[in-house]
Design a protein around this ligand. Structure first.
Ligand code: FAD
Ligand code: NAI
Length: 472
C-alpha cells in the first residue's frame, strides 16, 4: 500500500543489474517505484560497458581465432579469415542497444519511473535528481563501481593509447603491441580479445600468479594455457609509470619487491587493476552514512545500511563485483522492503572468466577449505578430472582444463567446485545448485549426466573424490 506522504514507496539510485532488478521486483510486489540513472541508457556498467559488450567481443573474436589458428582447418573447414573490425564493433553496439532498450521496455511494463540524472541525498528520504526533488519511504543505493586509477598513469580513452576497460572495448584498430596492467578478469578477457585479433599481448601482474582469489590449481593451469596461446606474463612486477609520446607508450616496470627498473614499449596499455565503489557525490554526508576503508557501504544481511530507510546493494557493498550477485541482491532488497524475506547466499556465488577455455568456480577454493579445517589437509577431499578424458571435449578439439570437486572428507558435502573447460561457465550452474541443496560429492556422482557432454566431467570429478572415476 502506497505511503502518500512520499512521492514513491521506493527510489532506487542506479539502474545497473542490482538497481534495475530491484526496481522491477519492487514494482511486481505492488510498490510505487522510481529509479534514478545518470547514464543515457539503462543497464549500468554491465549492459553498457561491461559484461555484455565484452562478451560480444569475446564471442566474435573466438570465431576469428578459430579460423586463424587452425582449429577450423583441423576439423576440415579451410578458411582464410579477414578481419572486419568495424563490423565486429557494430554487432557489439547492436547487442548493447538491444539489451539497454529492453530494460527501458521492462521499466515501462512494470510502471517504474526513470528519473534521468545523478541523484544526491538531501536527507534520508529525499534526493535531488537534476532540478527535481524526489522523496521516497525507502531509498536503495545501487550506484555500482568504476575503474580504479593507477597512480602515475593517465587513462585517455579517446586517444586509445592508455585505456581502461571501456576504451579497450572500442579500439578502432588492433594494436601491434598491447600491455595489460593487472592479470585479473578484465585483463585476461580483454587481453584475449586483442591477442586473438592479432596483438602481441604482455600482462603485467603485481602478484606471483594471475587471477587472485581463485583456486591455486586453476590459477596455475590458466597461466599455462594463456602462455601457450601467446600471452606473455610478467608476474611479481609492478608498473610505476607510463609515459605517452604520440601513439606510443613507454611503461616503467619494477619487481614488486623492489629492484631494477625495466622499460616496455606498447601501442596500447590497458589499466585493469580493479574497480572501486561509486559513492562520491552521492551526498552521503547529508545523511550521516559513512563508508568503510575500501569505500564500500556496509549493510546487514537484509541490505539495510546504518541509516533507517536507506539500503544498499551490488558493487557498492562488500563482496564480489559480479552482475549476478548484484541482481540477486536487487531481488532480495525489494522483497525485504516489501516486508517479505529476501536472502542471498553469499557462500554460493559462481564466478566465471569468459576466456577460451572458460574458467569457473563456486564455493571454497582448496586453499580456503584447508584453512577452514585449521590446516588439516586430511579433512578435505579433492577429486579432479581432466577435460582431455571427457569424450565430448576431446572430440570437439577442446582438451585443455579440468574439473575439480572439493568435499568435506567427513561428511562428503561439496565445499567448492572449480573448472577450466570450454563451457565451464555453463557447467558451473550445476555445482551451484548442488551446493544450495547441500549435496555430497556422491550425490553428483550418482546423478545421471547426459552423454556425450562436457558436464560428465563434473560427474567424473565427483566420482574421483571417492577415488573411483571411470575414464582415467
Ligand atoms: P553498475 O552496473 O555499475 O550500475 C550502477 C549504475 O548507477 C550506473 O549506471 C551509474 O551510472 C549509476 N549511478 C551511479 N551514481 C549515480 C547517482 N548518483 N545517481 C544516479 N545514477 C547513478 N560481471 C559479471 O558477473 N559477469 C561478467 O561477464 C562481467 N563482465 C564485466 C566486464 C567489464 C569490462 C566490467 C567493467 C565489469 C564486468 N562485470 C561482470 C562486473 C559487472 O558489470 C558489475 O558487477 C555489475 O554491473 C554491478 O552492478 P551494479 O548494479 O552494482 O552497478
Ligand atoms: P581484478 O581485481 O579482477 O584484477 C586486478 C588485478 O590487478 C589483480 O590480479 C591485482 O593483483 C592486479 N594489480 C593490482 N594493482 C596492480 C599494479 N599496480 N600492477 C600490476 N598489477 C596490479 O580487477 P579487474 O580485472 O579490473 O576487474 C574488476 C572487477 O570487474 C572484478 O572484480 C570482476 O569481478 C569484475 N569483472 C568480472 C568479469 C566476469 O565476471 N567475467 C569480467 C570483468 C570484470
Amino acid at each position: 500500500m502506497a505511503d502518500h506522504s512520499y512521492d514513491y514507496d521506493v527510489l532506487i539510485i542506479g539502474a545497473g543489474p542490482s538497481g534495475y532488478v530491484a526496481a522491477i521486483r519492487a514494482a511486481q510486489l505492488g510498490l510505487k517505484v522510481a529509479c534514478a540513472e545518470g547514464r543515457a541508457t539503462l543497464g549500468g556498467t554491465c549492459l553498457n560497458v561491461g559484461c555484455i559488450p565484452s562478451k560480444a567481443m569475446l564471442h566474435a573474436s573466438e570465431f576469428y581465432d578459430a579460423a586463424a589458428n587452425g582449429t577450423m582447418a583441423s576439423m576440415g573447414v579451410d578458411v582464410t579469415p579477414k578481419l572486419n573490425l568495424g563490423k565486429m564493433h557494430e554487432q557489439r553496439i547492436d547487442a548493447v542497444d538491444g539489451l539497454t532498450k529492453g530494460i527501458e521496455f521492462l521499466f515501462k511494463k512494470n510502471k517504474v519511473d526513470w528519473k534521468k540524472g545523478y541523484a544526491t541525498f538531501q536527507d534520508a528520504h529525499t534526493v535531488k535528481v537534476g532540478d527535481e526533488t524526489v522523496t521516497a519511504k525507502d531509498i536503495v543505493i545501487a550506484t555500482g563501481s568504476s575503474v580504479t586509477p593507477l597512480p602515475g598513469v593517465e587513462v585517455d580513452n579517446d586517444k586509445q593509447v592508455v585505456v581502461d576497460s571501456t576504451g579497450a572495448l572500442e579500439l578502432a584498430k588492433v594494436p601491434k603491441k598491447m600491455v595489460v596492467i593487472g592479470g585479473g578478469v578484465i585483463g585476461l578477457e580483454l587481453g584475449s580479445v586483442w591477442r586473438r585479433l592479432g596483438a602481441e599481448v604482455t600482462c603485467v601482474e603485481f602478484l606471483d600468479q594471475i587471477l587472485p582469489g581463485m583456486d591455486g590449481d586453476i590459477r596455475k593451469e590458466a597461466n599455462k594455457i594463456f602462455k601457450k596461446q601467446g600471452i606473455e606474463f610478467k608476474l611479481s612486477t609492478k608498473v610505476t609509470g607510463v609515459s605517452v609520446k604520440g601513439k606510443k607508450a613507454t611503461l616503467t616496470l619494477e619487481p614488486a619487491a623492489g629492484g631494477d627498473e625495466e622499460k616496455l614499449e606498447a601501442d596500447c596499455v590497458l589499466v585493469s587493476i580493479g574497480r572501486k565503489p561509486n559513492t562520491d557525490s552521492l551526498g552521503l554526508e547529508n545523511i550521516g552514512l559513512e563508508t568503510n576503508q575500501r569505500g564500500q557501504i556496509e549493510t546487514d544481511h537484509s541490505f539495510r545500511t546504518s541509516i533507517e530507510g536507506v539500503w544498499a546493494i551490488g558493487d557498492v557493498i562488500p563482496g564480489p563485483m559480479l552482475a549476478h550477485k548484484a541482481e540477486d541482491e536487487g531481488i532480495a532488497v525489494a522483497e525485504n522492503i516489501a516486508g517479505e524475506t529476501g536472502i542471498v547466499n553469499h557462500d554460493v556465488i559462481p564466478s566465471v572468466v569468459y576466456t577460451w577455455p572458460e574458467i569457473a568456480g563456486v564455493g571454497l577454493t582448496t586453499e580456503q577449505a584447508i584453512e577452514k579445517a585449521c590446516g588439516d589437509k586430511a579433512k578435505v577431499k579433492v577429486g579432479k578430472f581432466p577435460m582431455m578424458a571427457n569424450s565430448r571435449a576431446k572430440t570437439n578439439h577442446e582438451p585443455d582444463g579440468f574439473v575439480k570437486v572439493i568435499a568435506d572428507a567427513e561428511t562428503d558435502r561439496v565445499l567448492g567446485v572449480w573448472s577450466i573447460a570450454s563451457v565451464a561457465g555453463t557447467m558451473i550452474a550445476e555445482a551451484g545448485i548442488a551446493m544450495e541443496f547441500g549435496a555430497t560429492s556422491e550425490d553428483i556422482a550418482y546423478t545421471c549426466h547426459a552423454h556425450p557432454t562436457h558436464a560428465e566431467a563434473m560427474k567424473e570429478a565427483a566420482m574421483a573424490v571417492q577415488g573411483k572415476p571411470i575414464h582415467i
